[in-house]
Design a protein around this ligand. Structure first.
Ligand SMILES: [Zn+2]
Length: 372
């Protein structure tokens, strides 16, 4: 399907065989089945005068199936529906309901899905599967949402994804927000198709997703791998949600920055939020500059570590603190340039162009990969 999709409606069977490396027989069998089921169609060929077998261009039937992506974030939950070409047909966001009990959470998420499906006006029977991105810990393999600290779901809440699937009547695949984000970069971003990618979310927390050698790195809650937010920074004495002291996120995450300002600058309530600190630092306020420069140095250490560990060709930033003209973001890149060895400076660094629904489209893509 990707070979046809990426062939922009002019891929022939020969092209598909070339891209997929399948044997001619297997490829034909698969393509014919997809044609029969209506997921692909053959474009009417134009008459040519060239000799040999006529080339039949294959196309994805965009209307043949729908996928849904839901991204449960700290404060908002973004939902979208897309077609077979991942064209977004409906998108929206609703406030995330703080977690209280499993039963209420299940009711709430099913309610979000139903409300959005109704508003989209799309046909339920065409919907194949739902991808759920969760700002927290997810055991994707066993289908368990372990925690969602940013919306009050404590570690060990262990919400079974199968129960969500049962309530909405469609298969559901759950994954972390950051894995969904980098999946979206890999398929739809500025460096789509690039085999070694890192996405970094600079927001309430500091998160990262990794594609290495074209493979999406999936973490397990008990064995978190590739997480930038919990790189330990010498000199950082702040306690992290994970229980360790000194994690990068426990200083540079926007919620922690606000806490640090409250703690160290009690008489300056106007600086008690990350955006306020960023604006004040840009104007040269020495208190704000001090906090934000420290945050930038910590960010730079974390990003440099990711570059050293995964040697990505590109890093794409997202989240509320990834602002081109922001003091923290600009200073982070400056500090990074100071510590990176020359050989590593070729890594492409930029802010994502995928927008607020990045993880939702990534989750929809993963639902497609899992269930289609
Ligand atoms: Zn931590």
């Amino acid at each position: 399907m990707d070979a046809v999709r990426n062939g922009r409606n002019s891929a022939s069977k020969k092209d598909i065989q070339h891209i997929t490396n399948l044997s001619w027989g297997t490829m034909c069998k698969t393509v014919n089945a997809l044609l029969e089921q209506g997921y692909l169609f053959a474009r009417k060929e134009e008459k040519t005068n060239s000799p040999g077998r006529p080339v039949v261009p294959l196309c994805v039937n965009a209307d043949s199936a729908l996928f849904c992506g839901i991204d449960i974030g700290a404060s908002t939950t973004k939902t979208l529906f897309c077609d077979m070409n991942f064209k977004i047909l409906h998108r929206d966001e609703l406030p995330t309901e703080p977690y209280t009990t499993q039963e209420r959470f299940l009711d709430w998420i099913a309610g979000v899905f139903e409300q959005e499906l109704k508003e989209s006006g799309l046909r339920r029977e065409l919907l194949h599967a739902v991808g759920l991105a969760v700002s927290g810990n997810v055991d994707s393999e066993h289908g368990i949402i372990v925690s969602g600290g940013n919306f009050g779901m404590k570690y060990g809440a262990d919400v079974p994804v199968a129960e969500i699937a049962r309530r909405i009547g469609k298969p559901v695949y759950a994954v972390t927000t950051q894995a969904a984000a980098v999946c979206a970069e890999y398929h739809f971003g500025k460096r789509a198709g690039c085999g070694n990618l890192v996405s970094i979310g600079l927001g309430v927390g500091i998160g990262s997703g990794i594609v290495t050698n074209h493979l999406l790195l999936l973490s397990h809650p008990k064995r978190p791998v590739g997480y930038i937010g919990h790189i330990l920074i010498p000199g950082n004495r702040h306690l992290c949600t994970c229980g360790f002291t000194g994690c990068l996120e426990a200083y540079s995450g926007s919620r922690y920055l606000a806490g640090i300002a409250r703690e160290t600058l009690p008489s300056r309530p106007e600086l008690h939020s990350a955006p306020a600190l960023d604006r004040a630092a840009a104007l040269g306020d020495p208190d704000a500059v001090k906090i934000m420069t420290t945050a930038a140095s910590y960010n730079a250490v974390g990003i440099a570590a990711m570059i050293q560990l995964y040697a990505p060709d590109a890093i794409l930033f997202s989240g509320g603190q990834s602002k081109r003209d922001g003091f923290l973001f600009r200073t982070t890149l400056e500090k990074l340039a100071e510590i990176l060895p020359p050989e590593r400076r070729s890594c492409f660094l930029d802010i994502t162009n995928l927008g607020a629904h990045q993880s939702a489209i990534g989750a929809a893509r993963l639902a497609y990969e899992t269930f289609f």
